[in-house]
Write a protein that binds this ligand. Structure first.
Ligand code: PA5
Length: 446
């Protein structure tokens, strides 16, 4: 596995003198991660996770995934935020966004409980009709509204279809080791449970049972994924800051932020990486967007979005930079056919591999955006397999923690996520929220 940070396309926006100047801040921030002495240090379990995970549980994940693969046609994964995005990102990244429609000997996988839309939920319920179903409800707190409501609905469906005993065999729960309503309920019902470790927050949890069970059900090699993460850990925890790609990425984005580039666009030329960019947005948005600070993480898929947002990126407000994921190899080969009549005038592409054309589109865009005043950080990876996924996950998690400390925030809390929940509970009449309800209703009338 080779991952490389390529700074060629920073287009003179960041000089080596500038990185050297802030190296001591990066060093100090990196030390906070390594020594566990920074804010939120109770949530650093992901740092050693690739080499220090519960082997007994890991074997149970593999056994459960094999059982699920045999027992069902459809596997419904219920969770939101960090209890959802990583698994979905991995399935699309390593397999395909069309995983469910492709020929395979593993179950279709649908992600539910990640919105409050009745249509979205009903569609998945309809897909399950007349088919064998297993479910995995994932919630660290066990009280998040979206997955909890969805679990109510699916539990009822499962018990009606398979009886209480049969449903017990088909319901898998990933939650806190000991506390919370979902844990209590699972123990009472006798569901097989997996653990969201105490010291790992949702957005850092993809390489725990949270992500690994659904990923394994999709037939993805989780050993290779953990190896990719372990290799990344070995590489980035040891390298000195100025030669450390993960720390350099953190440094570059902080330098650009301080120059008024307040939006970071994660770019991929592979539609299969779209959910990976969603996972990345949560990681960086929840980790850094606080205390009225932080880069706004956004994403695009090119060349698709070159035909929509490309105009803005090229010539709009100069407040953004791009981080481009370049996958050097593609698992599939498509060659552009020759057309004897050359109707579209594209015979200069005849015989070329589409993946190479895609990468030329990337290089052309890097130069064009540079010329338009947009700095670009290029992250080069071999391809989209499980090992690369594990490596990239660790790379971005470590860089995020270092970057958050450089920014002066706690990268492991998310106090802002609570605000909407409190208002929603009040408006829906949750006991204990009466005063807030009255105040909101007054504001609605004004
Ligand atoms: O990263 C986070 O902490 C959040 O996105 C949570 O994962 C999300 O809110 C879901 O929480 P829970 O797993 O407790 O249901």
């Amino acid at each position: 596995m080779a991952l490389r940070l390529n700074e060629t396309y920073l287009g003179g926006f960041v000089s080596s003198a500038e990185t050297e100047k802030i190296a001591h801040i990066a060093e100090a921030s990196f030390e906070l991660v390594k020594t566990g002495t920074g804010a939120g240090s109770g949530f650093l379990g992901w740092v050693d996770l690739p080499v220090n995970y519960d082997r007994e549980e890991y074997d149970r994940i593999k056994a459960a995934s094999a059982k699920i693969q045999k027992m069902c046609d459809v596997f419904v994964v219920i969770g939101i935020g960090g209890s959802y995005l990583g698994a979905r990102a991995a399935v699309e990244f390593c397999k395909s966004p069309y995983y469910n429609n492709l020929k395979k000997d593993t179950p279709e996988i649908y992600f539910a409980g990640n919105s409050i839309s009745s249509s979205a939920l009903s569609d998945i319920v309809r897909i399950c009709e007349g088919r064998d179903v297993c479910i995995n409800v994932i919630s660290k707190s066990g009280t998040t509204t979206e997955p909890a409501v969805t679990f109510r609905i699916f539990r009822e469906i499962m018990e009606r279809k398979y009886g209480e005993e049969g449903a017990r065999e088909r319901i898998f729960v990933t939650t806190d080791r000991a506390k919370g309503k979902l844990k209590e309920f699972s123990t009472e019902k006798g569901y097989e449970t997996f653990v969201v470790p105490d010291d790992i927050g949702g957005r850092y949890s993809v390489l725990t049972a949270v992500g690994l069970l659904p990923i394994a059900v999709a037939g993805i090699d989780i050993d290779a994924m953990m190896k990719g993460a372990a290799d990344a850990r070995e590489k980035y925890l040891k390298a000195p800051v100025l030669e450390n790609d993960a720390v350099r990425y953190a440094m570059l984005r902080n330098i650009l932020y301080n120059k008024g580039k307040i939006i970071e666009l994660l770019v991929s030329y592979e539609p299969a990486a779209q959910m990976f960019t969603e996972w990345w947005k949560q990681l960086y948005g929840e980790s850094e967007g606080k205390d009225e600070k932080g880069l706004y993480p956004a994403s695009v898929i090119f060349s698709t979005d070159l035909h929509s947002l490309g105009q803005y990126v090229q010539s709009g407000l100069r407040t953004m930079f791009e981080t481009v994921l370049d996958f050097k190899k593609s698992a599939d080969t498509v060659v552009v056919p020759d057309d004897p009549n050359n109707i579209d005038g594209l015979n200069f592409l005849s015989g070329k591999e589409l993946h190479d054309v895609n990468r030329m589109a990337m290089t052309g865009t890097l130069f064009a955006h540079n010329d338009g005043g947009v700095p670009n950080i290029l992250i080069e990876a071999d391809g989209r397999d499980a090992e690369n996924f594990g490596h990239l996950v660790y790379f971005f998690e470590l860089a995020c923690a270092v970057s958050g400390y450089m920014l002066g925030v706690n990268p492991f809390d998310q106090p802002g996520v609570e605000a909407y929940k409190k208002n929603m509970y009040a408006l829906l009449g949750k006991p204990g929220y009466e005063e807030q309800k009255a105040e909101l209703e007054k504001r609605m009338q004004n």
